[in-house]
Design a protein around this ligand. Structure first.
Ligand code: BGC
Length: 437
């Protein structure tokens, strides 16, 4: 039974794990890394990537393809060999909710059509293409990635077990595209890491690639073990940190199934709006707040987008008038008290996300450097990290809370914009480099 008479205060308590609980999570994260590497189970897959760190002098024109959610991008990038990599031309494509449950061939036909338009017909020799596939996959080579189950609300029919590079190559062949060679495939976390390393050839390479967007994940350069894709969204030792709403969401969301992607379900953009929507509905039933909330778009699951949380945070007006407007647009009339409560919920959920991200990051860093004695460079990208005002500061605060300011200072997080597409291009260029190092 809750000790709080005020339901909002009870939610605040449930959404604010103690420092001790976060530290314990960080330690189990580190332990799960060791288990994953030893092949003795656990929730972190520690997948090999076959990607080498860039040297920084790679140059040339390469194609990229970025697919890991509702929007995808295909394009051509030019690497100058001095840290610069720029998009020469590109095309964005979009998937509908139906596409997310279609046979894989349907999705790959859409992707191949975009690649074909970008590749054009003016060239007969094959251009290398780096494919950023931002879902779990078990790589067997740099250009062979066997799909594991999808995340972020996707469930293509019978995709699991199939090589996504082959699916793409087949779709390109069906369209008669002969001037593109899919030469590398990598996760978006690996792309972020590689891009940051490429950008500054004189600095030490990036240690970690971190994405906090629709989904969340980390990749880490583990030296002799190579760069590994942790698939950290699946980290499961979060029970002690879960609020009642998390357990309910995990059970009810359907895709991914209960117990899968548990960390991601508390942290990433695909879910945070939904958590806030559920909490607000709950408050509506237990207090005088949000009287008209259950009407409008907010009745249905996933009816409240995570981007709204950023809008609320960015709303500097004293009476939250921008928030009032967009809620009205969703069919919800709100009082100032409602809007303030909504902002409180949004801040609680986002702050918790950032603290969990900090704890997971420290789990990886403590595997690499148990006493955090050396400087570390983390490449970060993702719509939540880049789009929610002050998210970076919340993560930094989380790091300081957990290891103190001095050690937290050795960790540099660098935001790398558009890292998935550009990083995929860099990875294709590295793969095309002949011979080792
Ligand atoms: C996927 C990861 C990806 C992350 C960020 C997760 O849902 O499983 O492969 O790196 O989202 O896009």
């Amino acid at each position: 039974m809750s000790t709080h008479a005020d339901p909002l205060a009870a939610m605040a308590a449930a959404l604010t794990p103690s420092t001790a609980a976060l530290r314990a999570m960080s330690e189990s994260f580190r332990d799960e890394i060791a288990r994953g590497l030893a092949g003795s189970g656990g929730s972190l897959k520690m997948l090999p990537t076959f990607v080498r760190q860039p040297r920084g002098d790679e140059r040339g024109q390469v194609m990229f393809l970025d697919w890991g959610g509702t929007y995808g991008r295909a394009g051509i990038a030019v690497l100058s060999g001095d840290g610069r990599v720029e998009v020469e031309r590109e095309e964005v494509f979009e998937f509908s909710d139906e596409d997310k449950m279609a046979p894989p061939e349907h999705v790959f036909d859409t992707i191949a059509a975009a690649v074909a338009r970008v590749a054009g017909r003016d060239r007969v020799t094959r251009r290398p293409l780096g494919f950023a596939y931002s879902f779990p996959a078990r790589l067997e080579r740099i250009d062979r990635a066997i799909a594991l189950s999808l995340t972020k609300g996707w469930r293509l029919q019978a995709l699991e077990g199939r090589d996504v590079v082959e699916l793409l190559a087949d779709a390109l062949a069906r369209r008669g595209v002969r001037n593109v060679a899919v030469s590398a495939v990598a996760n978006d976390t690996v792309a972020a890491l590689a891009l940051l390393t490429y950008r500054d050839r004189f600095a030490p390479p990036a240690d970690i690639g971190l994405i906090v967007g629709t989904g969340t994940n980390q990749a880490a350069d583990l030296g002799a073990l190579g760069i590994r894709n942790l698939e950290s969204g699946n980290f499961a030792a979060v029970t002690a940190l879960q609020a009642p709403c998390d357990a309910a969401l995990d059970r009810e969301v359907g895709e991914p199934p209960p117990g899968v992607q548990r960390f991601e379900k508390m942290v990433a953009g695909h879910y945070l709006g939904e958590i806030v929507r559920r909490l607000a509905n709950d408050l509506a039933s237990r207090s005088t707040l949000f009287r008209s909330w259950p009407a409008g778009a907010l009745r249905s699951p996933f009816g409240f987008d995570t981007a709204n949380l950023s809008r609320i945070e960015a709303d500097g007006s004293p009476d939250l008038s921008d928030t009032e407007r967009f809620l009205r647009g969703m069919g919800v009339e709100s009082s100032q008290e409602d809007r303030e409560a909504l902002r409180t919920l949004a801040r609680l959920v986002v702050t918790r996300s950032a603290r969990l991200v900090a704890a997971a990051l420290l789990g990886t860093l403590s595997h690499m450097d148990p006493r955090l004695e050396s400087p570390h460079l983390v490449a970060v990208d993702g719509s939540l990290y880049g789009g929610y005002p002050g998210y970076d500061r919340l993560v930094r605060r989380g790091l300081e809370e957990l290891v103190g300011p001095e050690r937290a200072d050795r960790i540099r997080l660098e935001f790398v914009k558009e890292s998935t597409a550009l990083g995929a291009a860099v990875i294709a260029a590295v793969a095309g480099r002949s011979g080792a190092p």
